[in-house]
Design a protein around this ligand. Structure first.
Ligand code: BES
Ligand code: ZN
Ligand code: ZN
Length: 486
């Protein structure tokens, strides 16, 4: 799918035109472009409300003829944000795509949304069909034209938006793989394939190497599965003059979370192939780095394991000595993500000393209760990092919302018998308890750290924001954007 800017409607050869209309007054027909026949009956209830759409056939505009021309409601101008904007236009995109049109021109006046809009269109174009019978020929949009009133040259925004969208779709294509395909070994191989194709350095710690390095917490989580755990480290060096790493991203990669011996009820297990989403985001970001080539040094870490019950599985009550020598009392084997991340994070900071470290994890059901599927939990004690991430979150539609990180919460994860326990107090601030636990494994004197709980945003059962169900790729655009701010 090509996306190109055109100066005027005269310059486009698209079959379809999509034109955004703001609502001016409640239940009143808003001002419409000259080519609209004002007495057309389909305009009767069209007020430019967000989500409304009317479609006309065979519309002549100057010398151009469009097979279809749609007016898309954008709601009140002052209320329109990047997300509503993308969702409204992407709904039209999908409608016309499904009817086998192959080229669409979008007209709008918000040039600042161009980058996120292009990423959204690329994401709207993605569907997970690996295991479905193929439709012949499948619908396909070949060309998108953007006609942006009052705009300058948008080439760079378009280019970046496409890269963000493609990196996100790559992440989604991995998230969507079921656990019988996307085993820990599959994920490690995917990382190797990416590294080889794009020229990243890669280090893969097998189970034996994890043992040699005393990474007992990651080993413990994986010990019940027939598929071994791995720690995968990807290195991108865009600034060879500098030794230091600017950023580390660490992803929870539980390829399936059955809960382990603290087994989940079956209805809670259905989607637990998505528990590798954090690791998929890391791979998505690296896919994006290969195109963006920022002049930064970045390390990506995947903590891969499968959480299964078996006679070799770790148990409630077990006490584990983690890589950084802190002891963990496991009280619930279903709180495995934090246990797997403990070694990944402490090793990453010790070895690479990144300036910033961001972990992404589908960590807690409690975060889903708190924020639903509309924002990921952002936990960081660093104000500057918090503000940077919030700013990027608004620009990329990967929405974050901050949760408190006061030291007083740390009491909740104190153990009687070890340095820390892997659960907090029942029914209390479960998402923050995850943060308090991870804090024990973060050297905050070395790295500025933020924890993103993406449990509610990484996956969607129903179409969401005009995008297909399944993995959402949440976090890829956010992190790629964040790179520009450090
Ligand atoms: N992967 C889950 C988190 C999760 C649960 C995501 C539901 C999305 C929906 C995680 O490993 C988990 O099971 N967490 C437990 C922690 C609890 C035992 C302290 C949870 O949230 O219930
Ligand atoms: Zn779990
Ligand atoms: Zn989990």
């Amino acid at each position: 799918m090509k996306i190109v800017q055109k100066k005027t409607l005269e310059d486009t050869n698209c079959q379809v035109l999509v034109y955004g209309i703001y609502n001016v007054k409640e239940n009143e027909t808003p001002p419409l472009p000259a080519w609209v026949k004002k007495d057309d009956p389909s305009l009767k209830d069209f007020f430019g409300n967000l989500g409304q759409m009317v479609v006309f056939s065979d519309v002549q505009i100057g010398k151009k003829k469009f097979l279809k021309a749609a007016l898309v409601g954008l709601g009140k101008k002052e209320k329109l944000n990047a997300l509503n904007f993308c969702v409204a236009y992407a709904a039209a995109f999908l409608g016309f795509k499904s009817k086998f049109y192959s080229s669409i021109a979008f007209v709008y006046d918000r040039q600042e949304f161009t980058k996120v809009f292009c990423s959204h269109l690329i994401m709207a174009d993605y569907e997970f069909l690996d295991y479905k019978e193929k439709k012949e020929p499948p619908p396909k949009i070949e060309e998108i034209n953007l006609i942006v009133q009052g705009s300058s040259d948008l080439t760079n925004d378009i280019k970046l938006g496409i890269i963000y969208g493609q990196a996100t779709n790559y992440c989604r294509s991995l998230q969507n793989q079921p656990a019988n395909v996307a085993t820990t070994t599959f994920m490690a191989k995917q990382a190797e394939k990416l590294a080889q194709e794009k020229g990243f350095e890669i280090i893969v710690f097998s189970e034996e190497e994890l043992k040699k390095h005393n990474m007992n917490s990651l080993l413990a989580v994986g010990s019940g599965s027939a598929h071994p755990p791995y720690l995968v480290i990807l290195l991108y060096r865009g600034n060879r003059k500098q030794k230091e790493f600017d950023l580390a991203i660490v992803g929870k990669g539980i390829v399936f979370d059955s809960g382990g011996l603290s087994l989940k009820p079956s209805e809670y297990m259905e989607n637990m192939k998505f528990d590798k989403s954090g690791a998929c985001v890391v791979l998505g970001v690296f896919e994006g780095l290969a195109q963006l080539k920022p002049n930064k040094n970045i390390v990506g870490v995947l903590a891969l394991a499968e959480n299964m019950p078996s006679s070799s599985a770790y148990r409630p009550g077990d006490i584990i000595v983690a890589y950084n020598k802190k002891t963990i009392e496991v009280l619930n084997t279903d709180a495995e993500g934090r246990v797997a991340l403990a070694d990944a994070i402490s090793y990453c900071i010790e070895k690479y000393k990144p300036k910033y470290l961001i972990d992404l994890a589908t960590l807690t059901g409690a975060c889903v209760v708190a924020l639903g599927d509309l924002a990921a939990g952002l936990m960081t004690a660093d104000e500057e990092l918090k503000n940077k991430l919030l700013d990027c979150s608004l620009k990329t539609n990967d929405r974050l919302w901050p949760l408190p990180t006061w030291d007083e919460y740390d009491e909740k994860v104190k153990s009687q018998v070890a340095d820390v326990k892997n659960v907090g107090e029942r029914g209390m601030a479960g998402a923050i308890a995850g943060y308090s636990f991870l804090k024990v494994f973060v050297d905050q004197n070395t790295s500025k750290w933020a924890h993103l709980d993406i449990a509610g945003t990484a996956w969607t059962e129903k179409p969401k924001f005009s995008l297909a169900p399944g993995g959402t790729g949440f976090g890829v655009r956010l992190i790629l954007e964040f790179l520009n701010s450090i």
